[in-house]
Design a protein around this ligand. Sequence first.
Ligand SMILES: Cc1cc2nc3c(=O)[nH]c(=O)nc-3n(C[C@H](O)[C@H](O)[C@H](O)COP(=O)(O)O)c2cc1C
Length: 203
Amino acid sequence: MMSTSSKENTEEIFRDIKRNLTRGVKDRKHNFHTPVFSNLNGDGEIDSRVVVLRNFDPLKMILNFHTDFRSPKAIDLKHNNNSLFVFYDHKLKIQLRVKTTSILNNQNGIAEEMWEKTRLFSRKCYLTTKIPSSITALPEDGIPNHLVGKEPNLEESEKGFKNFTVVENKINEIDWLYLEISGHRRLKLIFKEQKPEYHWIIP
Ligand SMILES: Cc1cc2nc3c(=O)[nH]c(=O)nc-3n(C[C@H](O)[C@H](O)[C@H](O)COP(=O)(O)O)c2cc1C
């Protein structure tokens, strides 16, 4: 547990943010494991959805999640790579609003490296014949009939690789908010070089 004064020390707050994002990747029960990710679609409308945090690089300040290359968000990010994550943990009483620039990795070295670590069960998501988010006449998950209710074998799973996409999101800004009855605190961290620029703001 951080003491209250540690919530007034910019360097300590930054270290704590990095610690919790790292935990969010590894600990499936940590609230930071499933942030909300937002971007703009082609009509300039906001789209938000929950994603699984797959990696955090504390040196490069990059957050990763995985998606299908055919999904609307992947298509939209190619046209507009401005994006945003929202994290909230009620035990920590901390909200992070993280402004990012997204980079799609499909059928490249980064995608290969992560695909190797993806279990057969998870690879199944990338084997739908119909495009993700497309309209269908029946309630179904789009998985081919012969795979319903079972894991694909390794060879079959490889068909999903072309759809598998690692979305890297370079952090530009973090808006940190700590809610505490005795006094809320809010800090903006702006990343230009390695070291962030800090600005206290009114919560
Ligand atoms: C707990 C949870 C985790 C999810 N993780 C992911 C994910 O890591 N990647 C992903 O593309 N969709 C994930 N989804 C599904 C998305 O929220 C979304 O419904 C789907 O990707 C379609 O979004 P789109 O139409 O905006 O592309 C997850 C949903 C839930 C509820």
